[in-house]
Write a protein that binds this ligand. Sequence first.
Ligand code: PLP
Length: 408
Amino acid sequence: MTKINKDYTKLKSSYLFSTIAKKVREYEAANPGADIIRLGIGDVTRPLTPNITAAMHKAVDEMANASTFKGYAPDLGYDFLRKAIADNDYKARGCKIEDDEIFVSDGAKSDSGNIQEIFGRDNVIAVGDPVYPVYVDTNVMGGRSGEYDEATGRWSDIVYMPCLEENGFAPVLPTGSKVPDIIYLCFPNNPTGATIVKSKLQEWVDYANEHGSVIIYDAAYEAYISEPDVPHSIYECEGARTCAIEIRSFSKNAGFTGVRLGFTVIPKDLVIEGVRLHDLWARRHGTKYNGAPYIIQRAGEAVYSDEGKAEVRGLVKYYMDNASYILNGLKSAGLSVSGGVNAPYIWLKTPNGLSSWEYFDLLLDKAGVVGTPGSGFGPSGEGYLRLTAFGDKERTKEAVDRIAGIVL
Ligand code: PLP
């Protein structure tokens, strides 16, 4: 008889976005014509830019011509894109990463979810709390979670690293009896918007090398870094080539959320039990993935042209102007806020000790503004709300003014 993968049945349903949608529907029904502003979405809203779409149009024309038509893409990515990535994102920053250490993919979600497949089931994983939920859920699917405790909202075999106000919303090095084998770090962070300086990241790299752990570094929001001491890549740290995998995306910088493109970097020096993780991932990619589309990879290449870079800077600036407005507007209103300087996320502490959902309801009810309850990103997110800077400028201002105007 057929057996299912029982690990999938352990997964907790994510009620976060469906509950938000339900509450908004109920509010609309009770307040017909209400003007709701959504500051909860994690998706971009600005369109693709002219030089990037021009590259796509050109690639479409090539596909329509027998002499330039392209079939299957190389599974690890076209050389032109791997080179553009290695040159611009790494060599230009002094990081020693070669073209063939870049694996092009359809985005950071797939890579951050799939990467656990190349590791044994009996590895202990550590995650920041709160964080992007994909890391935990895919390790539950991979059988590394243990049992779920409803009271704490945690899995018994996973090491949670609370990211709290007192530690600047960044995880601290694990000191407990369980030494994590695989450590997920996400900087700039979703949902808190927190980052760490290079000397702090170096401590993680040193820890991983000392304990034989691997760091999976999700830098999907790298383009939003504005402060000079915040590293753009983990490979800026000494020794990262022997312990770190880095994952990046074209979604939040160039607006590719609907187009799909990302990449993972695995240095050849990263060797576990005598095996190069680079080779395992190449095997996995070659077996299960048939390559990101040519048209999209040409669009990705255009992101690294001078014009493309200027356009991406423009997109990032648009969202970061929103982030500043949210951050400063709410601060002036006496609220406790962080993030929003190196990330398009603002982490808002609920006033008067309200729970995340109580404050969500209050903002919806009194201001018609939708945020995302922090508790949806992990138990330590309780008491916070995530606001995003991805909306329209005028609407974002309006939302901030409305929140600031609430008298509690
Ligand atoms: N990593 C983090 C931390 C994210 O927040 C997101 C999307 O919100 C992703 C990865 C997914 O990126 P992509 O669109 O490339 O799949």
